[in-house]
Ligand binder design. Sequence first.
Ligand code: SAM
Length: 254
Amino acid sequence: MSISTKSFMRYFNTQNVLAKQIPRNLKGKSKSSQEWLTRQLADPYVEKAKMMNLRCRSAFKLIEIDDRFKILKPGDTVLDCGAAPGSWTQVAVNRTNANGTKEGNKRGAVFSIDLLHFHAVPGATTFGGMDFTTTSAQQRLREALAGRQVNCVLSDMAPNATGVRMLDQENIMSLCYSVLRFALAMSAVNANLVVKLWANGDVAKLEKDLARFYEYVKRVKPESSRSDSAEIFLVARQYKGLEIASETSTKENS
Ligand code: SAM
């Protein structure tokens, strides 16, 4: 993963590679499949993901977030929620040195969970076919962590869209709060958290709730996030710890 996103994009633009990508074999495919194929071929992040052996283009969202906020470092313990097919996990393993390839650096640990079964990522402990929001899944994660405190909790989880906007919003918010509750219980002081949500919901409420527990909270739309997608990320840094957070809110309420 040594090629920087900027230099790759410069190469891509000067070579005008986009213009040459004409999808073949569209015959017989549905309109939505044709649109998907066309979009994939015209997407430089898809190509770059292939070149860098990353499982999907989503990796670049985490790479951008980490390049900007430095939320992952060698030796960290990371929990990746909604991890399939595994590209965020690949990035987390690389940046925390969970696979031990960065000699002279501390070795981290990455735990990844998804509703779907997905291929193991070398260096990570993966839990496929599990619903993160259930007590049993969280118990399995607790056991796997074996007393280790988490330094960074990531959630790229998204519920299946029902098509009813209010319901979809409720579902993604409920995932975010489930992640937040687990993070508060399992995180080390100064830990970080990244959650995905949709911009057309009550972002301000979650932001405010995060600010009770984390020193810094930022709304982020990475460049690699498709502009026609409503997804945004909240990046919360420097967990205050439950004691400090509850002392602060007691003072605020008195
Ligand atoms: N970050 C991943 C990557 O880079 O490979 C992509 C994640 S994908 C956008 C969202 C994932 O969230 C889906 O694989 C979905 O199965 C998972 N998901 C949604 N709800 C979940 C839940 N309750 N528990 C675990 N995973 C969930």
